[in-house]
Design a protein around this ligand. Structure first.
Ligand code: IMP
Length: 422
């Protein structure tokens, strides 16, 4: 399979968990390189639902090695709970999961600060997952973060936590929030540190040795292109590089070792949280929510929905170097008579065929639509390309062509078997 970076080509929630699970069959190692437990990757296997937040989806395939890379921010207590949950479901998490010693920690004050800052922003809030992701990456950039390597060194952790808690409790008090108890945080994190110690290693060396052996690595992106801290709709973004470059910095595997980039996109568009979404549309939101679809895997929030935005996905191809697309959720459109696709944005007298940098400008953009006839036939049973209605095939081909890379995978439902490989 070669080394593959998998990225979300929209605003996250593209169905990456399922595509990763399918592609993992051909990989030896699956690596998470950015984000934290703000991510929620859902995989269905034989009717059992698994939601993964920090552990790479490869854990569900026996014989695969999973790595949480240095670019991830890790809530150790959350990670232990996730491992316990997987083990309870009979999933082996022993000798097949490795955690980077240089990954940064999410601490309870990060979560509390995330909530306080959002509340203070009022109507200008980002709509974060409140998992403390922004404050944790903020500390990393400010060089005041704690890392996994600190967590597993009991003496050092105690000293650093005491220092950091002192300062952060002052900040929390300034917000009018309750300061955190050192004793409780220390006890919870020490216990988690003890549980995680066997998983902790130098994952840069591990991955380097794997590439030398010729192992195939799958880099599991979290969130999506337009939530990227540099290339997304700032400030309505997450705090990491969700685009392809993040796979290198977040793992220590150099760019020349990467062989291809697969972009995952839905057959329509969704977004959770605030920020511009040019093709947002009530008709499609009502349809999808009515079908019980498009509720967040991490927070349960209803996702905002819109028509497929080919301006955005073309931009994603440019920023990530996408070589091939996996299109998910085609079946969500099965009942529609006409399907719209945004092919350009209009802004006053200007026309954009890329996503403008300023979120305020993007929010004012009006989509220019092309229309496609719907197929009005269930697609969920399709297992081969020729099982799909002709109009569905035409739609899939058209959105990939407009997005600038060929279609390789089409998904018509959550199950592994509901996957069409081209
Ligand atoms: P944060 O990552 O929790 O700081 O949230 C920042 C923005 O990214 C918000 O709009 C979130 O809804 C969005 N976001 C974060 N993680 C995900 C994800 O895994 N899927 C979709 N949206 C996400």
């Amino acid at each position: 399979m070669a080394n593959t970076i998998l990225v979300g080509a929209q605003w996250g929630d593209e169905g990456k968990g399922k595509i990763i699970d399918v592609l993992t069959e051909e990989a030896d190692i699956v690596v998470r390189t950015q984000g934290g437990n703000n991510a929620g990757h859902t995989v269905f296997i034989a009717g059992q639902k698994y939601v993964l937040h920090l552990v790479p989806s490869g854990i569900l395939r026996p014989g695969k090695t999973c790595v949480i890379g240095n670019g991830v921010v890790v809530d150790p207590v959350g990670l232990v709970a996730e491992i316990d949950g997987l083990q309870k479901l009979g999933v082996k998490v022993d000798g097949n999961l490795f955690l980077s010693e240089t990954a940064h920690l999410v601490l309870p004050y990060h979560r509390e600060l995330d909530a306080q800052r959002e509340a203070l922003k009022g109507k200008n809030k980002i709509g974060t997952t409140k998992r403390g992701i922004g404050p944790a990456y903020g500390d990393k950039a400010a060089r005041t973060g704690l890392r996994v390597i600190d967590l597993v060194n009991a003496e050092r952790f105690e000293e650093l936590l005491r220092q950091r808690l002192r300062e952060n409790n002052e900040v929390l008090k300034a917000f009018g929030a309750k300061p955190l108890s050192f004793k409780k945080v220390h006890a919870d994190y020490r216990a988690a540190g003890d549980r995680l110690r066997p998983f902790v290693t130098n994952t840069v060396v591990l991955l380097h040795e794997a590439t030398r052996r010729g192992d195939d690595i799958l880099f599991e992106g979290a969130q999506g292109t337009f939530l990227d801290i540099d290339h997304g709709t700032y400030p309505f973004v997450t705090s990491s590089n969700t685009t392809a470059g993040g796979a290198c910095t977040g793992s220590g595997v150099p760019p020349h070792r990467m062989d291809r980039v697969v972009g995952v996109m839905k057959a329509y568009t969704t977004r959770v949280g605030e920020g511009p979404l040019p093709t947002e549309n009530a008709e499609i939101a009502d349809l999808l929510h009515g079908l019980g679809r498009e509720f967040g895997a991490t927070t349960g929030r209803p996702r905002r929905c819109g028509w497929f935005d080919a301006v955005a996905t073309r931009h994603a191809t440019m920023v990530n170097g996408i070589d091939a697309f996996a299109v998910t959720n085609l079946d969500g459109l099965d009942t529609l008579e006409t399907i719209k696709v945004c092919v350009a944005y209009r802004h006053g007298r200007d026309k954009f065929d890329y996503v403008p940098s300023d979120a305020a400008t993007l929010a004012e953009c009006k989509p220019v639509y092309a229309e496609f006839p719907g197929w009005r036939t269930p697609t969920t049973g399709a297992q081969r390309w020729k099982d799909l209605p002709v109009k569905a095939r035409q739609y899939l081909k058209a959105i990939c062509e407009l997005s600038g890379a060929p279609l390789r995978v089409a998904s018509v439902g959550p199950g592994r078997e509901q996957t069409i490989m081209l």
